[in-house]
Ligand binder design. Structure first.
Ligand SMILES: Cc1cc2nc3c(=O)[nH]c(=O)nc-3n(C[C@H](O)[C@H](O)[C@H](O)COP(=O)(O)O)c2cc1C
Ligand SMILES: [Mn+2]
Length: 469
């Protein structure tokens, strides 16, 4: 059991105790300012705003701001993270339902006309955003056909006290809603804000249809996740989360939603999209408002890590020589995939590329490297590409393929895929002897241990103005 990730609060306490939580001054505005502060600290510090300008609800962000922290939350070393995620998707753990009395997210219940979402410090992220958007809501909905429950994050535009726009890209929730709509039924949804870090992570699982993310969350925790039934529907929500919003997506209704600066760092234009009527809000007594700012590192990494894990599993099915995979931040953790492969037959690296490009619509560019390349080191990947790849020999291009509609260079999502085989050509291996001083396994760690020191006194002696007395 991982005590420091039982709730968002437990994780914040852990970050505080390890000097990774920055407490900001009062009066920072959720409009643009919060975003700028969070970006300045991202990856080094989570941030808490005890009193954002104009609001009584504290705001937190940046709590999963780098890959090491995500691994730490999952209780593993960074190099074990993808395997750990894969294991939990394979072996989900059913949730444990608690009653209303013991669900922290039910300490305060607001219903009907008293609902007022404008009391929450919902941030406005980018200059041309249509307004404030809830960016950290885990949207829960039950598939009317199968009875299974889905959980995913969707951006939610704050239209009014009790109405939210929603963008559902074509995945599980969109499919669940369109089936409900085709039967003329409204779809009850819950929105959980400030769930524990592992539940947030689970919402990004690239799992099979019908796989319940709340059960993956349980597996990540190593024990059943505590959930409570919504007041207005049968949807189950994490009992521990800070704020729960309940509502319905009405069939056949649309409202203008967007523009919004998306994870790709481009605006997605305004369009008619479905919306949610909110019926109830329940919270902890002193709730924290959690935000996952668009195109922040944690936004990209949350989806990135979960995708990497599943994509690597899938790649290994076809190509057992695949060893590791990254979706780097520079590719928005979506569009660029770098795979590391072990010994293989001539030509097989290209097959690997072809598989990789087809594994997910979003993968637009793929690079395959040998196992001597550190795929967490962008410089080293560039080095491998520039010294091992020849464009007329090692390039794969597939035209008119389905990509990401959020990538503005596509034609409504249709574009081209590019693959670079940056592995050493097997027949010419002898020309690729990499130069090192003394072997490379420990990359200098041994030398640091042997010769490095922290001799402050020596610095004084060397640089001091006058000789020591
Ligand atoms: C911070 C954040 C914001 C996101 N916003 C959206 C969104 O507005 N619309 C959307 O369709 N997906 C969004 N996603 C991606 C989905 O949550 C993600 O792909 C999820 O795994 C989909 O789950 P599903 O396959 O169960 O539908 C967002 C992800 C994150 C981390
Ligand atoms: Mn799903």
């Amino acid at each position: 059991m991982l005590a420091h990730v039982e709730s968002l609060r437990a994780w914040l306490r852990h970050l505080h105790e390890t000097r990774r939580l920055m407490v900001l001054q009062d009066g920072v505005s959720p409009k643009f300012e919060v975003g700028e502060v969070v970006s300045a600290f991202q990856g080094d510090h989570a941030v808490i705003f005890p009193k954002p300008a104009g609001f009584d609800v504290p705001m937190v962000a940046g709590v999963l701001g780098n890959r090491r922290w995500i691994a730490e939350a999952a209780g593993v070393e960074p190099h074990e993270l993808l395997a750990r995620v894969a294991e939990t998707i394979e072996a989900p753990i059913p949730w444990h339902e608690v009653d209303t009395g013991s669900a922290p997210t039910r300490e305060v219940v607001i219903e009907g006309p008293d609902v007022d979402l404008t009391t929450l410090p919902v941030p406005t992220r980018s200059e041309r955003d249509a307004g404030p958007f809830i960016d950290s809501g885990l949207v829960g909905a039950i598939d009317l056909d199968t009875g299974t429950q889905n959980l995913s994050i969707q951006r939610l535009q704050l239209f009014s006290r009790n109405r939210l726009g929603i963008l559902m890209l074509p995945r599980d929730l969109a499919a669940i809603f369109s089936r409900a709509e085709s039967q003329g039924r409204e779809l009850p949804v819950t929105i959980s804000i400030g769930a524990d870090p592992l539940t947030e992570l689970s919402s990004q699982a690239v799992a099979g249809r019908g796989q319940q993310e709340l059960e993956i969350a349980g597996a990540l925790h190593g024990r059943p996740l505590e959930v409570v039934k919504a007041i207005t529907s049968d949807v189950r929500v994490p009992a521990n989360c800070e704020i729960t919003i309940e509502g319905r997506i009405r069939p056949y209704r649309r409202a203008l939603e967007g523009p919004f600066g998306e994870f790709s760092r481009y605006y997605q234009p305004r369009a008619l999209r479905p919306y949610i009527e909110v019926d109830a809000v329940t919270t902890r007594r002193n709730p924290l408002y959690r935000t996952i700012l668009s195109y922040s590192a944690e936004h990209l990494l949350l989806g990135g890590v979960m995708r990497e894990s599943t994509l690597l599993q899938r790649l290994k099915v076809v190509f057992p020589e695949a060893l590791d995979l990254r979706l780097p931040l520079g590719g928005s953790c979506r569009y660029l995939a770098i795979a590391k492969i072990g010994p293989h037959h001539p030509g097989a690296a290209k097959n690997c590329l072809l598989t990789l490009l087809g594994l997910h619509n979003d993968i637009k560019q793929a690079v395959v490297v040998d196992d001597d390349v550190d795929i967490d080191d962008e410089e080293e990947v560039h080095w491998a590409v520039t010294t091992r790849f020849q464009a007329d020999r090692d390039l794969v291009v597939a035209s008119n393929t389905l990509g990401s509609p959020i990538d503005p260079s596509t034609d409504e999502g249709v574009g081209a895929k590019l693959g670079l085989d940056a592995t050493v050509p097997i027949k010419r291996r002898s020309r690729f002897v990499v130069a090192f001083s003394t072997g490379r396994d420990d990359r200098g760690a041994r030398e640091i241990a042997r010769f490095g020191s922290d001799r402050e006194a020596a610095i004084e002696e060397l640089l001091g103005e006058s000789p020591p007395a």
